[in-house]
Design a protein around this ligand. Structure first.
Ligand code: ATP
Ligand code: MG
Length: 281
């Protein structure tokens, strides 16, 4: 099995049981021998990847983040949910130093990265897939992939090109095509493949399936689920609340630059009022 097989995840599933019962990861062997992290352990410093405390971020005079705090543990999959313009992307940009927080504190594995430049933060083992995907349109799929490749922060190299192409056969077929010759779905596969080739401990996906055809959306959710099984932590922003709830351990609802609610997916499934109030569904 591989990432072209889309039938093994029900994106409309709104219980976690379906995920637990799914065997696609085993069949693919993607996670084999890779799972390192245990998200369920106690919060020892080694288990915590990022803590962000009381972030205040501005665009010029416009005060956008008004005290965001969050935590992500090694191996955890979390979502940032919320309506348009509430501050999800800005939260990600603040964590990465792209739009640095004016006050507050961000620690990555206990190191204070609040004032670090983005390139230095990324080197701690973070791969970022922005809303616009950011592939190189005039480079081939192969070149896009090779340019990204680097060992992880601990020197491991679990995602060489041949493994990536085995898992993403669609990219293998398109290996000599230019970035701008790919469909939106193929481009998103490429960005995720490229992110994996950096051997990250944390993958950040903004608008993971935005604008994609349903078939590709299902493929991307399936890939995300497989990535989760390998022990890579993930922060996902997406509009598909059902899919987020089926794949994420915990969720943050962002409203007007603040965390309006946080909790696990089972809890959120039982809160239709929250859906109505903050998510517009
Ligand atoms: N570069 C910018 N300059 C000025 N204001 C900005 C800029 N980027 C975002 N904003 C504003 O900051 C607020 C938060 O935007 P942000 O992009 O973080 O929201 P979001 O939750 O990611 O929304 P969406 O779901 O539409 O992607 C919005 O009011 C937006 O208009
Ligand atoms: Mg956004």
């Amino acid at each position: 099995m591989n990432a072209n097989v889309v039938s093994d995840i029900d994106v409309d599933a709104n219980t976690n049981t379906e995920i637990a019962a799914d065997s696609s990861v085993e069949e693919r062997g993607l996670a084999e021998g890779l799972s390192r992290h245990n998200a369920s352990g106690p919060d020892t410093p080694a288990d915590v990847l990022i803590t962000a405390k009381d972030l205040h971020t501005y665009y010029g005079d416009s005060h956008v983040l008004k005290g965001i705090s969050l935590i992500i543990r090694a191996g955890e999959t979390i979502s940032l949910m919320g309506r348009n313009g509430m501050g999800k992307t800005t939260t990600l940009r603040s964590l990465l130093g792209l739009t640095p927080a004016r006050s507050g504190r961000i620690c990555f594995r206990g190191q204070d990265t609040t004032r670090w430049p983005t390139h230095k933060i990324i080197q701690l083992g973070i791969a970022y897939v922005p809303e616009d995907r950011g592939i190189f349109p005039n480079l081939s799929v192969r070149e896009n992939l090779i340019m990204a490749a680097r060992p992880g922060p601990d020197g491991r190299n679990e995602w060489p090109l041949d493994r990536i192409l085995e898992y993403f056969p669609r990219l293998k077929e398109r290996i000599d095509n230019m970035g701008n010759q790919l469909s939106g779905g193929e481009q998103q596969m490429l960005t995720i493949a490229r992110a994996l080739m950096t051997n990250p401990d944390l993958l950040i996906l903004d608008e993971a399936t935005e604008g994609l055809a349903p078939l590709f959306r299902r493929e991307i959710w399936s890939v995300i689920k497989d990535i989760k099984e390998t022990g890579i932590a993930t922060i996902i922003v997406d509009k598909d609340i059902h899919a987020l709830l089926s794949v994420c351990d915990r969720n943050y609802i962002i409203s007007k630059g603040q965390v309006a609610w946080e909790g696990d997916s089972r809890q959120l499934q039982k809160e239709p009022e929250l859906h109505k109030q903050y998510l517009g569904v």
